[in-house]
Design a binder for this molecule. Structure first.
Ligand code: PMP
Length: 429
């Protein structure tokens, strides 16, 4: 064990391999400033959360004001303006038909809440439905419930057996979408599951795998036909990432339960919500306490986080925000164009503000060295990019400029050059 190191245990980091951490002292717009005087472009919005850029003045001001007024209150039996206003505004923005908002503090927690809402619903109306249908390659968080409905592999091998009776349907690979729909239909019919949980339009941590809106719409239709609750995990796809405020808009569907987090505070503070239809809320109504939704955490609807979310929602009322999203989507389209014809990449794809490029590396997958190697390469070039194995993805804050994107994609081009030089790519001669 190396000496003189920080006592901090970092997430998703193998400490035998990574000793040095990049020490960041300041964030501003699309940039991070390090203790050693570097300016880094945050090409992944600090794990997909910093939508409007670091330290957006409007959000900072909202946090400062709220922090001096009321910074924490037990949310059972109490309420406050920031939470009430966020809930009311969210219901205006969310797909029609969602009527209730439950607050929590991380994407994983919002998924736990969604699963508990679904199971609680069936329990309370007296139907025995306890299994969950999931999609292959999904990611829904690192809590045990979230892991249980996510892809199984090296990430959760140590923690088994996991929860729920889970059936997985294949990812809708282009040209084979019907296989997914058939498998979902079969699972819904034969297993009478409680719910189907899915990341709409893009499976994020599973490799930025994209599928079209019509498949999402069909999946919703199939669930509806069997009364299987449809849970949309929009933790990553929400807040403009797919080009619309929420991904479900593109399929014109209203999920029964939906999870939002990450960009809900513009990435300034941890907060999440789970929205549901009235009948799910109503199933938890009883004159005695037996049907109570037994879920809470100390910081539920923290007022300062809610004030940040309120400022974020105000930003989304400004047409300029949607224009920035459209501008980023257009810039991404232009930036990836030269890579589409490049033999060093096997798949170059985009949905809204998210672009992903798969390098033709000889090794792939999470345990392959390629991911951390690329990350180190980009770090040396002052770019924050954290490839998922051989998948490099770019998800910038909406304030990023064309020059920032030029720098990011020049870095990716250089990385491909360096790998090709070392013979680490499978490129046909
Ligand atoms: N669901 C999805 C789709 C996610 O992308 C993530 C985070 N990457 C989560 C859930 C978990 O969110 P958090 O990290 O805030 O717990």
């Amino acid at each position: 064990m190396p000496k003189n190191r920080s006592p901090i245990w970092h997430p998703f980091t193998q400490h035998a391999l990574q000793d040095e951490m990049t020490r960041v002292v300041r964030g501003n717009g699309a940039y991070l400033h390090t203790a050693d005087g570097r300016r880094i472009i945050d090409a992944i919005s600090s794990r997909w959360v910093v939508t409007h850029g670091h330290c957006h003045p409007r959000i900072v001001r909202a946090i400062q004001e709220q922090a001096g007024k009321l910074n924490q209150i037990i949310f059972a039996g109490h309420t406050h303006d920031p939470a009430e206003e966020v809930a009311a505004q969210l219901l205006k923005f969310a797909p029609p038909g969602l009527e209730h908002v439950f607050f929590s503090d991380s994407g994983s927690a919002s998924v736990e809440v969604a699963l508990k809402m679904a199971l609680g619903y069936w329990h309370n109306i007296g139907e025995q439905r306890v299994s969950i249908v999931v999609m292959q390659h999904s990611y829904h968080g690192d809590t045990i419930g979230g892991m249980s409905v996510g892809a199984r592999g090296v990430f959760n091998e140590a923690y088994g057996p996991l929860l729920f009776d889970v059936t997985s349907v294949p990812f809708p690979v282009r040209g084979h979408e019907q296989d997914t729909l058939d498998a979902l239909e079969l699972a819904c019919r034969n297993e009478i599951p409680a719910a189907f949980i899915v990341e709409p339009l893009i499976l994020g941590a599973g490799g930025m795998l994209m599928y079209p809106a019509w498949v999402l719409k069909e999946m919703k239709r199939i669930c509806e036909a069997s009364s299987v609750l449809f849970i949309a995990d929009e933790v990553m796809t929400g807040w403009g990432r797919t080009g619309t405020l929420f991904a479900c808009e593109q399929a014109n569907i209203t999920p029964d339960i939906v999870c939002y987090s990450k960009g809900i505070t513009g990435g300034a503070l941890p907060l999440a919500v789970t929205l549901c239809r009235a009948d799910i809320f109503d199933a938890h109504y009883s004159r005695d306490r037996t049907r109570t939704f037994f879920h809470s955490s100390s910081y539920t609807a923290n007022p300062v986080a809610c004030a940040a979310a309120r400022a974020n929602l105000e930003l989304w009322q400004d047409p300029n925000t949607r224009q920035r999203v459209a501008a980023i989507a257009a810039m991404q389209e232009k930036a990836i164009e030269p890579f589409r014809a490049d033999a060093r990449f096997e798949s170059v794809r985009q949905t809204g503000t998210i672009a992903a490029l798969d390098l033709k590396t000889s090794d792939a997958g999470y345990l392959a060295d390629i991911g951390p190697k690329l990350q180190a390469f980009f770090n040396k070039r002052n770019l924050l990019l954290r490839p998922l194995g051989n998948t490099i993805y770019v998800m910038p804050p909406y304030c990023a400029t064309e020059a920032d994107l030029d720098e990011i994609y020049a870095g990716i081009w250089n990385a491909a050059d360096a790998l090709a030089e070392r013979g680490a790519l499978r490129v046909e001669k």
